[in-house]
Ligand binder design. Structure first.
Ligand code: BDR
Ligand code: CA
Length: 315
């Protein structure tokens, strides 16, 4: 039986890859995509989510738009310099015939959770504003989340948008604190495991050669690759969101330790930092499973093989 899955996302190049990975994975049944502000503005992340689903021939998956802004302070800047002004690396995907659900994402998500007969996995790979709103407005629905897999934060690697903060947490630190302070069973997939997980040119070439869907995914990745090379000197694409999806699809992919985590919500230089208490394993009900170890080569191979198969199936 496939596990029901919801992806909360701000596509975003690596978000697009993560959505394709979920669609390529029989272990999960993607039931809903909710969108959030983040890499680009909400209207664009919603349009991008629709188009990525359509690219894979899955415009039947419902999309609902969520928070346009962060909870308290407006996110200071977007990430168009990383993902391209329209969020998909300058590639114009074909418009989808589908339209978003007219209702707010939290309403659609709450309805799905209350109606689900089995526990639902929710993978949140943009700022966590929608999840914080769900906890505040529909706590009875949030309680029914089987597993919440969050991409964001960092225990020992510092930040990627400031010296202290990772992008998804920095984009809405108050929401992040609300989410990490909840009792929902949570896995935190942060920079400690994503930064070493790099997809190189050879991997990209494999799915690019497998058919038009793979070739389009490779074209979308190009801007991200160029940015990574010039900014960080890395030899490929860091798989932040796709690694979180891999853990959502195949629980136990990452080595985790239960830790207490709080978010710096002050307005100083540490804003958005995740303070992970690594002194001890925690027994607190609000502790989260922090991903600390990864077999990066295996995770990259998992993604490449799945995308190759998806591209072939769409020939
Ligand atoms: C996160 O920030 C975004 O730009 C990526 O899509 C990913 O979710 C990595 O810090
Ligand atoms: Ca993202």
């Amino acid at each position: 039986m496939a596990t029901p899955l919801v992806i909360d996302t701000d596509p975003g190049i690596d978000d697009a890859l993560a959505i394709l990975l979920a669609l390529a994975s029989p272990e999960v049944d993607l039931r809903l995509v909710t969108t959030v502000h983040g890499n680009v503005e909400l209207a664009q992340t919603t349009q991008n989510a629709l188009r990525v689903l359509h690219l894979a021939g899955r415009s039947d998956v419902p999309v609902a738009a969520g928070a346009r802004e962060s909870l308290v302070y407006r996110q200071p800047e977007r990430a168009g310099h990383v993902h391209g002004e329209a969020g998909l690396g300058g590639v114009k995907l074909e418009p989808s015939p589908a339209v978003p659900d007219a209702r707010p994402a939290v309403v659609v998500l709450a309805e799905l959770l209350m109606a689900a007969e089995e526990p639902v996995t929710v993978a949140a790979i943009g700022p966590w504003t929608n999840i914080a709103l769900l906890l505040a407005t529909h706590p009875e629905a949030a309680e029914r989340i089987g597993r919440l897999v969050l991409m964001g934060g960092s225990a020992a690697r510092g930040g990627n948008v400031t010296a202290a903060a990772e992008f998804n947490v920095w984009a809405d630190p108050e929401a992040a604190q609300r989410v990490l302070g909840s009792a929902v069973p949570t896995v935190l997939v942060g920079l400690d495991v994503t930064l070493p997980t790099v997809l190189d040119d050879d991997g990209v070439a494999r799915f690019a050669a497998a058919g038009p869907v793979g070739a389009t995914a490779a074209a979308v990745l190009q801007q991200y690759l160029d940015h990574a090379r010039t900014t960080y000197g890395t030899t490929g694409v860091v798989l932040h969101d796709a690694l979180a999806l891999t853990e959502a699809i195949a629980p136990g992919t990452l080595g985790t330790v239960r830790r207490d985590v709080v978010v710096d919500t002050t307005l100083g230089a540490g804003r958005g930092q995740t303070l992970v208490d690594r002194r001890a394993v925690s027994g607190s009900p609000t502790a989260v499973d922090v991903a600390e170890t990864v077999d990066s080569a295996a995770a990259v191979e998992f993604l490449v093989a799945r995308l190759e198969a998806l591209a072939r199936s769409r020939l």
